[in-house]
Design a binder for this molecule. Structure first.
Ligand code: GDP
Length: 175
């Protein structure tokens, strides 16, 4: 079975739960102490998709998102970007829109964009209506799910959605 390495970058405000989402996806736990993220780093997880294996190389900005000039390094060569906001923090949703704009202008062509509205376990503190995020995701042709890294809601589905959007390799390109 063909294995494809797919770089995925995580973008979004500090504190929205990017590292927690990776930790949940890769190790299925909610414990940031388990993550060795100091500075830019990546973790891998392989999932099957049809006749292929997708090995995700997930790059986490690890708190360096304020250093905007570093951003191109994260998304360069990415097959997909997961842009995370916190459903209890409206400002993080505006930041997400800025990231989408940046990716559309400077990111790789055909990059798959997936939007994760994280911390959906805290819905009583919600500031961003599902409807607004869903409508926005449609306008940019992006994947959208609300996730909870804490309660393991929709995290695997988020990456499954990305896998589905990656066009299969031409048989002649397989190895
Ligand atoms: P990052 O800066 O975007 O990487 O965010 P972190 O993964 O470091 O998470 C920031 C804070 O939000 C931490 O205190 C996490 O425990 C918390 N957090 C992350 N995901 C969730 C979630 O799904 N639900 C709740 N309630 N808290 C979360």
């Amino acid at each position: 079975m063909a294995i494809r390495e797919l770089k995925v970058c995580l973008l979004g405000d500090t504190g929205v739960g990017k590292s927690s989402i990776v930790c949940r996806f890769v190790q299925d736990i909610f414990d940031l102490n388990a993550l060795p993220t100091i500075g830019a780093s990546f973790m891998t997880k392989t999932v099957s998709c049809g006749n292929e294996l997708h090995k995700f190389l997930i790059w986490d900005t690890a708190g360096q998102e304020r250093f905007h000039s570093l951003a191109p390094m994260y998304y360069r060569g990415s097959a997909a970007a997961v842009i995370v906001y916190d459903i209890t923090n409206e400002e993080s949703f505006y930041t997400l829109k800025k990231w989408v704009k940046e990716l559309k202008e400077h990111g790789p062509e055909n990059i798959v964009v997936a939007i994760a509205g994280n911390k959906c376990d805290l819905s009583d503190m919600r500031e961003v209506p599902v409807k607004d995020a869903l409508e926005y995701a449609k306008t940019i042709n992006g994947i959208f799910v609300e996730t909870s890294a804490k309660n393991a809601i929709n995290v695997a589905e988020l990456f499954d959605g990305i896998s589905q959007q990656i066009p299969p390799l031409d048989p002649s390109e397989r190895y």
